[in-house]
Design a protein around this ligand. Sequence first.
Ligand SMILES: Cc1ncc(COP(=O)(O)O)c(C=O)c1O
Length: 390
Amino acid sequence: MSSVEALRRDSRTAGTVRRPNVFEIDLTAVKENLDEIRRFVGAKVKIFVAMKANAYGLGLLEAASVVQDSEADAIAVADPNDAALLRDHGIKLPILLYACAVLDDSIARLAEERDVIVTPTDLTSARALSKAASRPIKVMPKIDVGLERLGVPVADGLKTVVEIASLPNLKLAGLYTHMHVPRGEDNREYIDWQLARFSALLGELRERQVRIDVAMAASTPVLATIGPGRLNAVDVGRMAYGHTRSDVDDVGPMRIRPTFISLRSQLVQCKTIDRVEYLNAAPYPLRPGMRIGVAPIGYADGIDSLNCGVALVRAHRVPIVASPSLEHTRLDLSDVPDAGAGDEVVFVGPQMGECIGTEEVLQYQGFDQLTQMAVAVRSSVPRIYHRPGK
Ligand SMILES: Cc1ncc(COP(=O)(O)O)c(C=O)c1O
């Protein structure tokens, strides 16, 4: 049995036949990465795990079941539906809903019924939530200290948070920010400036007797650059999933392991092209005796963003010819004449001692984050998981 076949049998769609495509994910790494982060931040700092975008492409519920049994203290999601799904599937950890929805009655119901912490970003939304609430809802306002995206501008922070703390049926559970960290530069001073703005606000709130139990600022690059600082919570995404890159991300003393193991398919047909006419009109440059193979994975599956121009077949690097079509990709097998239908095709990952690394694909595609690759694997590609203890 080929490894792709074995993986198919292991997939969540056992009993049905699907195209032989597989995104192989190591969830054991999520647990181990969170162990590393815990060792780094110490026992007293709360770890929120950012699980936006279907847990950074890995699969929300599968990743959450591992996060739940790990060193994490809470989960953060952007889509209200994700918060509801997590609760309905038995996730007991506190859930923070990032600021990605207008705070109306439906968000109040979600917060009340599923115990979700809501993020107000201004007074208008906080007042609307307070009005819609029929019992106390936990809130963690977000402060914008430099990303210039979502959040209360730090200059308005004191007035806004003081009023939010006084609104009926809102319970201030904490305060957070998400800093701007440009890639590939020495950002320490810039991060320190943003952190100082957040800390100054926390100090002013303390003077006004506003109690902030959770003060959170550190996403992956912040944690790697300055550690948790003086704050008592971090919210990491990429680092938990091993989406950091050894060539660009400094993760300090932490040993962070990748979750992205492989993206594989199978040849479904191989043939020799013997066409001699209309060569100029051919879909790709043809050579006499050229042998091609077809893998049933295309741009609808995300493969156009998930290759480095070659794939592995029988441990040979074979060129991808032409742009992938909707559900097919052609390979030039001229150098692997014995290759045949059923052979494994690896677009990312190892094969018989050879390997196409994620960093090679990132470079080829001009991406700077592994997350861009993981979220490019469409839901049409079955995920298979290695889980802790299994
Ligand atoms: C508010 C917030 N906190 C934390 C994170 C996690 O960032 P990272 O994946 O760099 O750790 C994100 C991700 O976009 C975010 O929006």
